[in-house]
Design a protein around this ligand. Structure first.
Ligand SMILES: Cc1cc2nc3c(=O)[nH]c(=O)nc-3n(C[C@H](O)[C@H](O)[C@H](O)COP(=O)(O)OP(=O)(O)OC[C@H]3O[C@@H](n4cnc5c(N)ncnc54)[C@H](O)[C@@H]3O)c2cc1C
Length: 393
């Protein structure tokens, strides 16, 4: 892997920063305090082609890769647009990347250009209240009826569904008992979130969460879908869902990186500017060492996330290992950076204007969603170190 940014990647990063700078810090602060999505900003990112980065050129995208997407997400969030970057996971990964790999020609032609242009938003329906991290135990069931399926079930925490035009939905088409392996009998459908048979209500969150990504409990009651709406093979849904997991870890790790850099920069500035004993608080090692450690951890996580994205683009078979490591490191580094910023800002960290507590709570919950640290460590323990599996036997 070449550790230098390519000319194209440098251009992506600079364009991203320019777009953020055009809006300026006060725009993002006002949007956040008003709990409003930065819509104009998202439109500008769409017009500049950012949502189509990893979508093939023949379907209206940029024909670039996950590494390029990581550079873009990290740069946008680091410059101050961190409220808006989840759109890349929702639209570009859940819609664009999955359909690029598993969509039929018809699905690709219909949806990919609109995702690339930012005309279509997307959501993912995997988690269920009673199955949680045990995703393969999905209870939402799609029963065949001629060339259609009738779907019933409930999903939990499906983000962005109110704005979504497309919904990637994980179901079982065979029960666990009927399936030879736990990974058999799953089917993913491309669903219209406004179709009859789908109702949803927002989860009342007690943490800071960006306005455009409200998360919902979904009730699915006799939803009819045609078999042509399957993404990938009927009963073979593990492949497209597995395909979501690694790029999702990579894009959300890039979100962590950008927010971590942003909050670390704010903390360093505060440590330089604020004096309470006649010298900057950053002169005290209790303040400067944690910030220096965060810089070290962020640098190291940033390298690992890019390595994971590069491995994904090269089709290497260690992507699962690298994207779990990258996500774990980026999540920890970003949360620690935010926690050190809380310490550095002192009481100021609780003042909404600064955004420190917002990043802190966001970083902590993005260590849980899309996947908990335990499950990432389980992956490394069981699939890399070949240690015995302690659960789901
Ligand atoms: C704000 C928000 C947005 C979200 N958006 C989406 C979305 O768009 N689409 C979607 O499908 N989901 C979404 N999720 C759901 C998210 O992916 C899950 O919350 C996450 O996967 C964890 O599942 P759970 O909450 O059911 O926790 P649980 O599975 O109940 O886990 C609880 C605790 O037990 C631990 N645990 C469970 N099993 C094991 C094990 N085998 N070994 C060790 N520890 C274990 C976990 O690590 C965790 O610490 C979102 C969640 C949140 C909070």
């Amino acid at each position: 892997m070449n550790f230098e940014r390519s000319g194209e990647q440098t251009m992506l990063v600079e364009t991203a920063k320019d777009i953020v700078d055009e809006y300026g810090e006060s725009y993002f602060r006002e949007k956040r305090l008003a709990d409003e999505e930065p819509e104009e900003f998202v439109e500008d990112l769409a017009d500049a082609g950012f949502f189509g980065i990893p979508i093939p050129v023949e379907y209206g995208g940029q024909g670039m890769g996950m590494l390029d997407l990581v550079y873009a997400i990290e740069a946008i969030a680091e410059a101050g647009g961190w409220d808006a970057v989840a759109k890349f996971t929702l639209n570009t990964v859940f819609g664009g990347v999955v359909l690029s790999k598993f969509g039929t020609e018809e699905q690709k032609e219909e949806y990919l250009p609109k995702i690339a242009d930012g005309e279509m938003d997307w959501a993912l329906g995997v988690t269920e209240a009673n199955t949680g991290s045990n995703m393969l135990n999905t209870q939402t069931f799609a029963e065949r009826d001629g060339d259609e399926f009738v779907i019933n079930g409930e999903k939990a925490f499906n983000s962005g569904l109110d704005q979504a035009d497309g919904y990637t939905l994980l179901t079982r088409t065979k029960t666990m008992e009927e399936s030879d392996r736990r990974t058999d009998g799953l089917t993913v459908f491309l669903v219209d979130p406004d179709a009859d048979g789908i109702e949803y209500e927002p989860v009342d969150l007690d943490i800071y969460w960006p306005a455009g990504e409200n998360t919902f409990t979904v009730h699915i009651d006799d939803l009819r879908v045609h078999e042509s709406q399957a993404i990938g093979e009927i009963h073979g849904g593990f492949a497209p869902i597995f395909e979501v997991l690694n790029p999702e870890r990579i894009s959300t790790a890039a979100e962590h990186l950008g927010r971590g850099w942003w909050v670390l920069d704010k903390a360093v500035q505060r440590a330089k500017d604020r004096e309470v004993w006649g010298e900057p608080i950053g002169a005290h090692q209790a303040i400067q060492h944690p910030l220096a450690q965060s810089y070290v951890d962020m640098k190291s996580a940033s390298t690992m996330v890019k390595r994971a994205a590069w491995a994904y683009d090269q089709g290497q078979d260690n992507v699962g290992e690298l994207s779990n490591i990258g996500h774990l490191q980026a999540g920890n580094a970003a949360f620690e950076a935010a926690d050190n910023a809380v310490e550095t800002f002192g009481g100021g960290s609780a003042v909404a204007d600064y955004g420190i507590a917002a990043v802190w709570s966001l970083a902590r919950h993005q260590q849980i969603a899309p996947v908990t640290d335990h499950m990432k460590l389980n992956f490394i323990a069981n699939n890399v170190l070949d240690l015995p599996r302690s659960y789901g036997r």
